[in-house]
Write a protein that binds this ligand. Structure first.
Ligand SMILES: N[C@@H](CCC(=O)N[C@@H](CSCc1ccc([N+](=O)[O-])cc1)C(=O)NCC(=O)O)C(=O)O
Length: 216
């Protein structure tokens, strides 16, 4: 039985690859793991059968036989542990790659998501433009720090790893903001990663879902 990844049947991002199944799709392609994608409607997310997989009623989830996981970070790390290619063999380098996954999810993603959700939920409110200045500055701080860390290296810590996959996945949510372009080293880093054939295959697969949906 092929493992199953769940994803949106109709993603609000209209095929831009911003929903969090994309980072799992990317890892699956990097690791060449056969899998089936089960597409769920928003209503199905909240049905008991999916809540049994993820109590928060969200995608992605990963089901491999009796094992069921939710949280894209946990799924990606599980895949990286199970299959060679995204985690170094050296124990210290391995832990540093995992460290960068947490940095992506816990330090870099929060200001990016807060900025993105403010646009979705607050852009009509009178104080939005003032708040956006602060939100942009908090994102710029992380981009500036990443830029300084990257310096002249290709990836965050040695070879491309699960840490880079997660960091780039988080940064891509800034694609339309223009903020990435203010930091050429970070923009080039994201560009390098999205040129990877595995990313391209994963992106094409999720785009196909949108193109085949009634929303296209
Ligand atoms: N921490 C969890 C969060 C998962 C999550 O946020 N899932 C979202 C989709 S990815 C988040 C997302 C949604 C849309 C865009 N977009 O750009 O349109 C980007 C990201 C979801 O299922 N939402 C449905 C719900 O909560 O009812 C993880 O990393 O797996």
């Amino acid at each position: 039985m092929c493992p199953i990844l769940t994803a949106f049947a109709t993603s609000p991002d209209r095929g831009q690859g911003l929903a969090r199944d994309m980072r799992v799709r990317w890892a699956l392609e990097e690791l060449a793991v056969p899998h089936h994608v089960q597409l769920l409607s928003f209503a199905e997310l909240k049905q008991p059968v999916h809540l049994a997989r993820n109590p928060f009623g969200q995608i992605p989830t990963w089901q491999d036989g009796d094992q069921v996981l939710f949280e894209s970070g946990a799924i990606v790390l599980h895949l990286a542990e199970q299959h060679a290619g995204l985690l170094p063999a050296d124990p210290d380098a391995r832990m540093r790659a995992i460290m960068w996954v947490f940095a992506a999810l816990n330090t870099v993603e929060p200001p990016i998501v807060e900025r993105s959700m403010a646009w979705v939920l607050e852009r009509e409110l009178p104080w939005y433009s003032q708040r956006l200045v602060m939100l942009d500055e908090r994102v710029r701080m992380r981009l500036s720090q990443l830029s300084a860390w990257l310096g002249t290296v290709a990836w965050l810590d040695g070879d491309f790893s699960v840490g880079d996959l997660m960091m780039v996945s988080v940064l891509l949510r800034l694609k339309s903001s223009g903020l990435l372009d203010e930091y050429p080293k970070v923009a080039a880093y994201v560009g390098r990663a999205t040129q990877r054939p595995a990313y391209q295959r994963a992106f094409a697969a999720q785009l196909q879902v949108f193109l085949q949906s009634t929303d296209a």
